[in-house]
Ligand binder design. Structure first.
Ligand code: IPD
Length: 268
């Protein structure tokens, strides 16, 4: 399935489904008594809403595009027809924020064909911001074209350093220290997908993480690329199934950030 028209249909479907999923998640978020909070592992939050939203997204997309594959953070998986597009979905990225009542989380939907990310959609229902991109056509925030920042000096940059328990404390602290030592402002806001959308929108200059999963970053990676930025080769090796390190940034940051971050195993 390589025809451009059907992929354009998928792009529009992904935007509509991200909004519908976002409305459902927002309704549950605003009624905190409607869900309980659990953990999949240390600091790895989960609520009933994650699975509920994932099931909604999968049913909508697979109903519309029978034969497509599906990979969801909460375990939904569907092997598609050989060569068919695969949807890669995080129903709620930033679950720790969602669980704790902090309004910084989003729905993330990507569609890939082989190792090419064709569609990337991230919806933040709390701010009603829809970030979307179609490979080769551009990236938009609520319909307005997005461009990454023009910052060329790390000393004036804001870089998000993603954190999770998967790659260990020492590796995180070392990465944080290397990036902060450049003079960049550093932060960690708890949603890799939204962090990447913010890089695409020029609100931040870069996002780095020692290990991130495909559902957290594929949609955001396309947003950054289509907004003119640089993204490391996330789908190299077993990135789709097992995750990889990641650097995504404004084009002017690339050389300095890649050198300073010095992330082990990063595929450029
Ligand atoms: C996590 C967030 C976090 C990132 C982690 C992800 P989740 O996803 O995106 O910002 O640093 O790598 O696992 O658990 O909120 O969907």
């Amino acid at each position: 399935m390589t025809d451009a028209a059907p992929m354009q249909t998928r792009f529009h479907a992904a935007c509509a489904v991200a909004r519908e999923a976002g409305f459902l998640a927002k309704r549950r978020f605003l009624d905190r008594s409607s869900f309980t909070i659990g953990f999949k592992g240390p600091q790895d939050f989960i609520t009933e809403v994650d699975g509920e939203v994932e099931r909604l997204i999968q049913s909508r997309l697979i109903e519309a595009f029978a034969g497509d594959g599906f990979i969801g953070e909460e375990g939904a998986g569907l092997v598609g027809s050989p060569g068919a597009p695969i949807w890669v979905v995080d129903p709620i990225d930033g679950t720790s924020n969602f669980a704790r009542g902090a309004p910084h989380w989003c729905v993330s939907i990507a569609c890939i064909l082989g190792v090419s990310i064709e569609v990337g959609v991230i919806y933040d229902p709390m701010l009603d911001e829809l970030f979307c991109a179609r490979r080769g056509a551009g990236a938009w925030l609520n319909g307005a074209p997005m461009r990454t920042a023009e910052t060329a000096d790390l000393g004036k940059a804001t870089i998000e350093v993603g954190w999770n328990m998967r790659s260990g404390l020492a590796a995180f602290m070392a990465l944080l220290e290397r990036v902060a030592a450049t003079g960049a402002g550093v932060l960690r806001a708890g949603s890799g997908a939204l962090g990447l959308a913010y890089v695409a929108a020029g609100r931040r200059d870069g996002y780095v993480e020692n290990h991130i999963n495909s559902w957290d970053c594929l949609a955001g990676n396309l947003l950054v690329t289509e907004a003119g930025g640089y993204v490391s080769d996330f789908l190299a090796g077993e990135g789709l199934r097992k995750g990889n390190p990641l650097i995504a940034c404004a084009a002017g940051m690339k050389a300095a950030l890649v050198k300073a971050a010095d992330i082990k195993g990063l595929a450029l």
